[in-house]
Design a binder for this molecule. Structure first.
Ligand SMILES: Cc1ncc(COP(=O)(O)O)c(C=O)c1O
Length: 456
């Protein structure tokens, strides 16, 4: 059979309340044309993020009911610890309430002024936590990785030559850890190959540096290795994931993605001394070492989610959904970041709205039109997020003007996707009449969350 259908049945539903175009025009104007400021119940298809938005399974809900809420040494903790060790093979597990909490712990110990932390591409919270410690976060994605039109299997790879150059320039003693984000969220959710993980490991070995993986989407990455990299087709996702982890000294995870939960995260690692330091900090800010800012039931839901994410029927459907959406948009001539990555489609707003310059935020205009046209909530990843005004008053735009349509896991069906394609096509048909945006209020940091806009 050619049709890949959702490998689950729907047992509980959350109604979506319809809105009219006229209502949406008023709602988004009131929200200052910022999708983060729109009440969720006024959204028909919510593609703002794939983080913490998964639908949990019957087994996860059952595990939550069995959650042990003892302060120390709860049964839920041992379930969770065993699940993380089983998937990653690391010796120590440090629970945290989400990815950035794990990052804050890790970099509170490892990062300091004068230190440099290289990565294929740091996610923005990772960069934020490194820079908060006055260390430098450097990105070395392989050539072509940031180009929406380059077709390659592993556009998330690390540029290992650039990594080595960075080590030589800065001195290995100033590099506390090398990071690899799998998949690479900041460059379109693009995967990293096993060969590249091995090559990165080899560079780390040469200079005696530890390697940590940011594994928010490790299972999606494992699927791309299975389906695209020679020698892996017959291996299970669990085996592939285990090999990925075997090249690293540790990992940090936002479990809100590939552990299929609404909250949670962790660090897993082999180094005894670092684990002890992290546990001491954990107690100070997140909670005791066997719950780390989470309820026992959350730990159980993660333990179960970590098993389900490695189910190949699930992952085949997941990646096919993203690919199919990408195919439909490509066929209509709608410019997207190609090939589609693991968790989202990124529309190339620079090409979609070529008449709107970066300083009039084409991505934000497109986000607004998608909401007005069909109640679809998307997120700008362009000059609002990364652009700035230089000291001489000139505008420095982001490398790409993207609009991310992030797909929550197990939430939307194929007809939701068909509707989405129709909405994008409708907006594309009217693209010449779409105008740019200017700030109504410009937030001083992380502008995309709270700034407001007016149409030009
Ligand atoms: C690759 C990556 N790392 C870290 C994080 C931060 O995780 P959290 O949102 O759970 O704090 C994210 C979130 O999107 C991510 O995509």
């Amino acid at each position: 059979m050619k049709t890949i259908f959702e490998p689950f049945r729907i047992k509980m539903v959350e109604p979506v309340k319809m809105t009219t175009r006229e209502e949406r025009v008023q709602i988004i104007e009131k929200a200052g044309y910022n999708p983060f400021l729109i009440p969720a119940e006024k959204v028909l298809i919510d593609l703002l993020t794939d983080s913490g938005t998964s639908a949990m399974s019957t087994d996860q809900w059952a595990a939550m009911i069995k959650g042990d809420e003892s302060y120390a040494g709860a049964k839920s903790w041992f379930n969770f610890e065993a699940a993380v060790k089983g998937v990653t093979g690391f010796k120590h597990v440090i629970p945290a309430h989400q990815g950035r909490a794990a990052e804050r712990l890790l970099f509170s110990v490892l990062a300091a002024e004068g230190k440099v932390i290289p990565s294929n591409t740091h996610f923005d919270t990772t960069r934020g936590n490194i820079e908060f410690r006055h260390a430098r976060a450097l990105d070395f994605v392989a050539p072509g990785g940031e180009d929406p039109d380059v077709i390659a299997d592993f556009k998330g790879n690390m540029d290992v030559d650039a990594l080595e150059k960075c080590i030589l320039e800065n001195g290995a003693e100033n590099i506390p850890v090398v990071m690899l984000t799998v998949t690479n969220n900041a460059t379109g959710g693009q995967p990293v190959s096993m060969q590249n993980i091995r090559e990165t490991r080899a560079v780390c070995d040469k200079y005696d540096l530890p390697l940590f993986l940011d594994v928010a989407r490790f299972a999606e990455n494992a699927w791309f290795i299975k389906t695209r990299e020679p020698g892996y087709a017959d291996k299970s996702l669990r085996e592939i994931a285990r090999e990925m982890f075997s090249y690293a000294d540790g990992c940090n995870m936002s479990a809100k993605k590939d552990a299929l939960v609404n909250i949670g995260g962790f660090i897993a690692l082999n180094d005894d001394k670092l684990a002890l330091d992290l546990k001491n900090l954990l107690i100070l800010s997140e909670g005791y070492v066997t719950y780390g800012g989470l309820a026992g039931r959350d730990l159980d839901a993660m333990a179960q989610g970590l098993q389900e994410i490695l189910d190949e029927d699930y992952m085949r459907y997941r990646i096919a959904t993203v690919e199919n959406l990408g195919d439909q948009l490509n066929k209509l001539g709608i410019p997207i970041f190609n090939p589609p990555g693991g968790h989202a489609i990124y529309i190339n707003a620079k090409k979609f709205l070529p008449h709107i310059p970066a300083w009039e935020f084409p991505g934000q205009s497109l986000v607004s039109e998608l909401y007005i046209e069909g109640g679809v909530r998307a997120c700008e990843i362009g000059s609002i997020m990364f652009g700035y005004w230089a000291k001489d008053g000139s505008f420095v735009g982001a490398p790409n003007e993207l609009v991310r349509l992030a797909l929550p896991r197990r939430v939307y069906t194929r007809s939701h996707m068909d509707y989405l394609v129709e909405v994008v096509a409708e907006v594309y048909a009217k693209r010449d009449s779409i105008r740019g945006m200017k700030f109504r209020y410009e937030a001083p940091i992380l502008r995309h969350f709270t700034s407001t806009f007016d149409r030009l």
